[in-house]
Design a protein around this ligand. Sequence first.
Ligand code: UD1
Length: 371
Amino acid sequence: MVSAMSLALVVGARPNFVKIAPIARELERGGIDYTLIHTGQHYDHGLSRSFFEDLGLAEPDRNLGVGSGTRDYQITSAVRGLEGVFSEKRPELVVVVGDVNSTLAGAMCASGMGIPAAHVEAGMRSFDLSMPEEINRIRTDALCGLLFTSCDDAGENLAREGVGEERIFFVGNVMIDTLVAMMPEIERCAVLDALGLEPGGYAYVTLHRPGNVDDAEKLKEIAAALDFIGGTGLDVVFPVHPRTRKRLEESALSQRFAAVTNLRQLEPLGYIQSMAATRSARFVLTDSGGLQEETTWLGVPCLTLRPNTERPVTVRVGTNVLLDAGPSMIPAAVTRVLEGGGPRGRIPELWDGRTAARIVQTIKDYLAGRG
Ligand code: UD1
């Protein structure tokens, strides 16, 4: 592709792929050249390649092969790898998305090399520094010149931190662009038939946060709560993240989970199957960030097993209920949903499927302004 403009897009972990896909598509539509760099933070087929396939994303131009390890290891190796690619490609601007370790690495490397950077999904705050993602959010926002926000409170958080309004662009939620674009395929997906599930006849459960799965006592409480859900007659569909699988094995709790009533443990699902399962679930129980937003857009009740959320708009406006005191809150929250209680929700402002177009237009204007 021939173009005066050249960008670098940095991704590394599962949620990044969902956020970058509509931006890559919009750049292609505008004939804008980009290099897609995968740090390799996620490498299993089910967490990485299957998402590229589902989302129709081109193979990354580079994969830095960082893999698993400590937070410092992941960030420093990704920065080192990115430095080589940025030196060679000399992008005019680097785009990072979300809040994973690869996001911060992209922002650190770009700012260190004096390359302007844009952060998509800026300004989110859980105000909980025990979460690695919160540190990634704060540091990434500090290093990026262009901050694209998906809701009002994100802009307010940035303003409170002293960020000038010329850096903040309220563009909406890019993850919802993907959901809108993929909806025909999600509607056609036969995952329910394949698993023998009835629409509305199951709960969809995903758990992978260290705060839930790295603590054996918490995992035991979660198993008891899942037993409660299975005891209501619902199937409990649980694609198990590799981190969670590892913790279940280490804590010898695999058998306890295998004995949970009506529990269906699965390998991680790809994007289309996961959204098809979400869309027809009676409710979702999760600690994911993205699912809080996707359920709000789909109008599916969401119970979030976390002490806080960086996505309060999903609670204020959407279908999300925060179970901030932990797994002991699950039975009452489930009962409320099954009795027809819980927020009905509506779709937040600018979650309209056109966020990537607003992002790309803003980047074009910004780069044109720099001459
Ligand atoms: C990361 C993100 C988290 C995001 C999640 C989505 C950070 C700090 N965390 O968490 O915000 O919600 O991705 O999935 O960036 N593993 C595999 N195969 C893989 C990748 C990981 O088996 O392809 C296992 C390894 O044992 C690894 C562990 O999962 O040590 C954790 O992986 P890591 O990338 O460090 O964090 P996630 O828990 O996936």
